[in-house]
Design a binder for this molecule. Structure first.
Ligand code: NAG
Ligand code: NAG
Ligand code: NAG
Length: 375
């Protein structure tokens, strides 16, 4: 017995030593840490920009943020109960702080060196997208804002270090496109005719060519490590299922078809940019397939529903009225894929983020985010 114990102790000692050695080596040489995360996109990743806009798209009201530890469960402007995918990815890749919303008064000085978040609920690739909300920051303006940050980083680090920091130590993620369909092309009246005057092909052509210009502008401003999310299965969100009075396991066909059509073109764009912009790596995140897998096999991942919003009101799936103080809220927030009529819960975001960081080519290609960080 005594002998057994000492062998065990010896074994543990060796494990400990090699663990420490690996850690020491890792810290200094083998794990290059990432400095900053610059986040562009829509409400899926907005961390509070819309709090500073006169807009109908807002999430800085309870119970949004109820599971967000950094704010003690208070709303921050995030459209979910906890962390967004952008928050989780930043944490996992070793970025010291959450990317700070560009419009926050705190987005000054050294704080911006951990990254800045330009995302805005209701925003899209096209300027006209999200007009129904009165105000939102579209992608063109988000890139203009980064141009401002770019100059501030020059001042903080000096031009040469700044360039190096942005090219090697920073990740640029772009999660956008869903609103161009939901709050533009697919809107019956307010889109002022995009759908009446344009075929789906024509509209998607326009989206892709604008996105290409926006990404090229970021490249000119020294962005090199890009992550592009494709559009999720927008026909399966509680809002669409409710207004179209679908059954539990049905999704709106047209919305999903448009998303898939756009996603096919986005894949080509990513390949083209990887060929044509020297030194840049564009990674495509297959959000559509990841979310579809969660929705289809929700029970396998520990969820009890992928159709009913945890926080919302109206219709069969609580999918009409956005989450707010008067909404009903589910019992167990970790059992719902959807937090509100549009957005995934933190529990879903955690699963999605894990796939982006360590997943394989089915969901993230040509490399995953851990690899992208270390390039
Ligand atoms: C700004 O920073 C201060 C001090 O850290 C903090 O108390 C405050 O909540 C922050 N404000 C915003 C809008 O993030
Ligand atoms: C959007 O608006 C900005 C500023 O008003 C303008 O510079 C840009 O060309 C517009 N983009 C599109 C896609 O219409
Ligand atoms: C950034 O801003 C400067 C003006 O300050 C302008 O000349 C330049 O074209 C902008 N760059 C991009 C890529 O928008």
């Amino acid at each position: 017995m005594a002998a057994k114990l000492s062998i065990l102790a010896l074994f543990l000692g060796i494990v400990n030593l090699s663990y420490l050695a690996a850690k020491a080596g890792g810290d200094s040489t083998t794990t290059p840490s990432l400095g900053a995360s610059f986040i562009f996109g829509d409400s899926l990743v907005d961390a509070g920009n819309n709090n500073y806009l006169p807009t109908l798209s807002k999430a800085n009201m309870k119970p949004n943020g109820i599971d967000f530890q950094a704010s003690g469960g208070n709303p921050t402007g995030r459209y979910t109960n906890g962390r967004t995918i952008g928050d989780i990815v930043g944490e996992e890749l070793g970025i010291p702080n959450y990317a700070i919303p560009f419009l926050s008064p705190n987005a000054t000085g050294k704080a911006i060196l951990s990254g800045v978040n330009y995302a805005s609920g209701g925003g899209g690739i096209m300027n006209a997208t999200g007009r129904i909300f009165i105000n939102r920051i579209g992608m063109d303006i988000q890139v203009d804002y980064f141009n401002i940050t770019r100059k501030q980083i020059d001042q903080l680090l000096g031009p040469s270090k700044a360039k190096d920091y942005l090219q090697k130590k920073s990740i640029f993620s772009i999660t956008i496109g869903a609103n161009d369909f939901l709050n533009n092309y697919l809107m019956p009246v307010l889109s002022v005719g995009a759908r009446i005057t344009q075929s789906p092909d024509g509209f998607i052509d326009d989206m892709i060519s604008h996105l290409k210009d926006q990404l090229t502008r970021l490249y000119k401003l020294d962005a090199r490590k890009f992550v592009l999310g494709n559009v999720g299965p927008i026909g399966c969100i509680p809002y669409q299922k409710t207004i179209n009075q679908l059954k539990e396991n049905e999704c709106v066909d047209l919305a999903n078809k448009l998303a898939l059509q756009y996603n096919g073109r986005l894949k080509d764009l990513v390949a083209q940019l990887n060929d044509n912009l020297p030194g840049a790596t564009f990674v495509l995140a297959n959000v559509y397939d990841m979310v579809m897998e969660l929705i289809t096999n929700y029970d396998k991942y520990g969820f009890s529903t992928a159709s009913t919003a945890c926080c919302g009101n109206g219709g069969q799936f609580a999918g009409i009225i956005p989450c707010g103080p008067t909404s009903s809220m589910c019992q167990d927030r970790s059992k719902h894929v959807f937090w509100d009529p549009y957005h995934p819960s933190e529990a879903a975001n955690l699963i999605l983020a894990k796939q982006l960081i360590d997943g394989d080519a089915k969901y993230i290609s040509p490399v995953n985010l851990r690899h992208l960080r270390d390039i």
